[in-house]
Design a protein around this ligand. Sequence first.
Ligand SMILES: [Zn+2]
Length: 511
Amino acid sequence: MTATRRRRIAVGQLWQESHDFNPARTEASDFVVERGDELIMRNRDASSTLGGLLRRLDAAGVELVPTLAVRARPGGRVAGEVYRGFRDEIVATLRAAGPLDAVVFELHGAMTAEGCGSAELDILKAMRAVVGPAVPISVGFDLHGHIMPAILRTLDICTACKTNPHADTAEAGENAADLALAMLDGRIRPVTAYAKLPMLPRGGWETTDEPLATLHRMAREAIAAAPGRLLDVSIFNVHPYRDVPEMGQAIIAIADGDAALAERSVAAIAQAMWRWRERFKDDFASIDRALDRVAARDPSLPLVLSDMGDRVLAGAPGDSTAILRRLRERGLALRGVHPATDPASAARAIAAGIGATVRLELGGGITPGFAPMAIAGRVLHVSDGDFVQKGPYQGGQRSTLGPCAVLDCDGQTVLVTTAAGMTQDPAAFTSQGIDIAAHDFVVAKSGNHFKISFAGVAVPLVVDTPGMSTHDFHFFPYTQTRFWPMHDLQLDAVPVTFFGADAPPARRAVL
Ligand SMILES: [Zn+2]
């Protein structure tokens, strides 16, 4: 009788999307941290990339070796000492783990750690140094990851979710796990083709919007036309609010040993994307138009208004009161729920206690150019702000608003938080005792994901508001990178570079 040795695969997660122009640093207290058995128990049912990869590896009979799972909501750069602490713990866990067959991880791809630049490049280099060149490293990224050749040189499999809002993050994890297992079985010899377009689209970021919808259809059709040979195509739209070199759209295809096949897919998508660059546009409602829509709504469901310029999910501080302010100016008799990041006001309301009336200078304390708004209200609820997201985006994951208070301000419900909150998820509100259905509208600091998480709860409407997550890139002082439309770049070709065991030299794709 032959006993087959059980495969041992290290797993973990490092997740934060950094807004390099947000002055508020992301600190240790902003992170949820899980290790050991807790990492597996708390994430194996989650609709996240980590959840997907854990379920797939577990079903394959793999011994899971947990390293560290850390995640914070998008926001300012991560404090250097905080990131280095995470990295050192992951490295120490890998060192202590004994022989490993592979490493399968969830990384965001757009995390800036002070003093390190790209946290993903830094952690991947560190992990590669521990496990050596022969152990496959497979990573499921967010499609807003910033992928550059240096990252692709450190890993074997680079895949991402394919939808925005991200409804398929679990599939990205399953994909990362499946491709790692296929490598270990000797069933595939992956070769990756990569092209980068120096452009940030001015809108049309959802994958059901054109022209992105057609580009993703091209990717799916290419895979369907070469089953088992073209293994994956990911289109990385990149998080735009980072001041780092090589910003742009990355198109990545993985084929089984066939570099030309991967190259054809990448070249076709890069050509179409560049040709269609002027077609990436949005047409959002003004605040006035949005409030008119609320007033005229079908009363069966409230509206959920996306505060596009102050999206916490894009790393903005969440401290805008623009919609509340305009509602007051117009004197409209509409009941809204308004989240605002404001640590000092949250502390004052908590200290005053439930039932007390407080006067606050609300919000506007972090975003350059914003000002606080004077309000008075009665404190209805206070808490530590911890909650579990309902999803589907990040469903089952723990999150926090930090110490927070709910106030009734002349019929407006104000949720004052210490941390920038993941308010794309209705659980951010319901966990604080807020009855969304009793309001005419609720404001979410999200531009895309709120649409799937509020389905059945409220009708989504994206509102053109000011702030740090605007699509007007002229608002930001980029110094490290040149991209269209900030610069009038004339391109007639881009290089396609290859990675993997049989990678040929780079070739040019004509645009
Ligand atoms: Zn994303």
